[in-house]
Design a protein around this ligand. Structure first.
Ligand SMILES: Nc1ncnc2c1ncn2[C@@H]1O[C@H](COP(=O)(O)OP(=O)(O)O)[C@@H](O)[C@H]1O
Ligand SMILES: [Mg+2]
Length: 310
């Protein structure tokens, strides 16, 4: 048993095999996802890797670099039940909460529910997709919680803004929004959503998403991604990539491999401090009204609940 631990340590503790050492390194600050060029427009990227491989940490590193080097850029971060935006200093977080949902916040280090306004820089209620844009501020991580159906309207509102400010939208766990193999009417919605993602670059909007494995995400979204970032042990698609599966098996924690039109490079990134251990229980206002009338069976998956919301 002890031997197993030793072997694991060896592969995760910064050990590089010869093949990996041959892959050129690029510093995180020079990562292609951070390029801002009006001719080329916004960039898009998908981060893939198993749970706990460092996806959210890597994106948090990117966001930190943007906040430092492009202080005017607006950063949006999709909030999920496990509030991983606590990787940022909480005084740098603004929460934009859709009024179509209710939120019960908990702190794993404290008993009972907590007032979220005591934790973050600001909390704003938003009803229309446009409200999310109007309530966001540069210099902060603008964390948005909204029902899935509103995500498309949100991207459209960002695209039709009347200025050239750079925007980054971070969509962690993106498979919840664009699952594969859906049927009508959801597949039509997903096609429209992915098409809109494809148009964001023209409007100086970067779109960075993450998921545990690429088949969990609709192919139309994958097709629009200019850059792919593979975490240790990520599955690499068998066709269309220069990087092969092998190096991902020995890549140590804290490293990833990015591939795009420039080729591929390895990137090192650092762990982030957790500033709180928050969770949120979200319910749609509509579902609550249903529940009051008659109990709803608990089995609705993400796709079903999306349809329900529409
Ligand atoms: N560069 C790193 N070095 C050491 N530990 C890391 C690094 N990046 C992430 N971790 C740790 O790994 C765990 C999972 O990271 P996370 O980014 O949440 O993974 P994922 O989003 O892929 O599930 C966290 O506890 C985090 O602190
Ligand atoms: Mg994560």
């Amino acid at each position: 048993m002890e031997d197993i631990v030793e072997i694991e340590k060896l592969s995760w503790d910064g050990y590089f095999d010869e093949g990996l050492a041959n892959i050129r390194e690029i510093k995180l600050e020079k990562c292609w996802l951070l390029r801002r060029d009006y001719d080329e427009g916004g960039v898009s990227g998908i981060i893939v890797g198993p749970s706990r491989s460092g996806k959210t940490t890597f994106i948090a590193n990117l966001v930190r670099s943007i906040m430092k080097n492009n202080p005017d850029e607006l950063i949006f971060w999709r909030g999920i039940a496990r509030c991983q935006w606590t990787y940022f200093k909480l005084e740098k977080v603004r929460l934009l909460l859709s009024t179509f949902q209710t939120y019960e916040w908990g702190d794993k280090d404290r008993e009972g529910l907590v007032e979220i306004a005591d934790y973050v820089a600001e909390v704003r209620d938003c009803t229309s997709a446009r409200d999310f844009l109007d309530n966001a501020k540069p210099g902060y991580v603008n964390v948005f919680y909204m029902p899935n159906w509103q995500q498309l309207d949100f991207l459209l509102a960002l695209s039709s803004r009347l200025n050239k400010r750079w925007i980054t939208v971070v969509m962690d766990e993106v498979q919840e929004i664009v699952p594969p193999n859906t049927r009508k009417p959801l597949c039509d919605w997903i096609a429209a959503y992915c098409n809109t993602v494809g148009q964001l670059a023209k409007n100086q909007i970067s779109y960075i998403c993450a998921t545990q494995s690429y088949p969990q995400v609709d192919y139309q979204l994958r097709a629009h991604m200019l850059y792919w970032v593979f975490m240790p042990h990520a599955r690499v698609p068998s066709k269309g990539f220069l990087i092969k599966q092998g190096p991902l098996l020995t890549l140590p924690k804290g490293w990833c491999i990015i591939e795009g039109k420039e080729g591929f490079r390895r990137i090192h990134f650092y762990p982030c401090k957790h500033h709180a251990d928050l969770v949120v229980h979200i319910r749609s206002v509509e579902a609550m009204e249903h529940e009051e009338a008659a109990p709803v069976p608990a089995a609705a998956g993400p796709a079903d609940s999306m349809l329900q919301n529409r």
